[in-house]
Design a protein. Structure first.
Length: 184
């Protein structure tokens, strides 16, 4: 199956965005995909913020993205903008790197008004990086993600909608993978 990279802008694994990422990981693996998650919070801060693309951990993250069949960019929404963690890593990607890679923006936030972060902030950035096979994105209200003290899961109604989006993402990955040229 496909190789999927998830860029997680979650401040912690137990934050609602982290729970959303964990759900996506499980569902994509269940569908047979190889999934690697880059938790931007775990990358070396100085190397990330100084744009040290030669730092081994930063280089490894960038190489993972460049070699992926699919990319999920997951972020909590704060004040109608995606996470600065996500932006700091995406800014290091070379222009055009997302051409022929299926891309799914995934976000969560406190109100429906936060959905604009996908349309007016995240999608334009992804397109500037060459994303031509990008889904409109999927937004989940925070109240549809049970907090860690409640068990930390995506509530059933939201899970059904998210799983359908992940299935659509898988179909897009299959359609965008370039066929191997036969020589002879």
């Amino acid at each position: 199956m496909a190789s999927v990279v998830i860029i997680s802008g979650s401040p912690s694994a137990s934050a609602r965005a982290g729970i959303l990422v964990a759900h996506a990981e499980v569902e994509l693996r269940r569908a047979g995909h190889r999934v690697h998650t880059i938790a931007v919070r775990d990358l070396p801060t100085v190397a990330l913020l100084s744009e040290d693309v030669d730092h081994p951990e930063i280089r490894a993250a960038l190489d993972l993205v460049a070699c992926a069949d699919g990319l999920v960019v997951a972020s909590p929404v704060y004040r109608a903008a995606y996470s600065g963690l996500v932006k700091s890593l995406l800014d290091l990607l070379p222009s055009g790197v997302l051409e022929s890679i299926a891309v799914l923006p995934l976000a969560n936030g406190g109100t429906q008004g936060h959905i604009v972060a996908i349309d007016f902030a995240l999608l334009p950035l992804l397109r500037a990086l060459g994303a031509d096979d990008v889904l409109p994105g999927h937004f989940v209200l925070d109240r549809m993600i049970a907090a860690p003290e409640e068990g930390g899961f995506v509530r059933p109604l939201a899970a059904v909608a998210l799983n359908e989006t992940l299935s659509e993402f898988a179909r897009l990955m299959a359609a965008t993978r370039l066929p191997v040229a036969l020589t002879g």
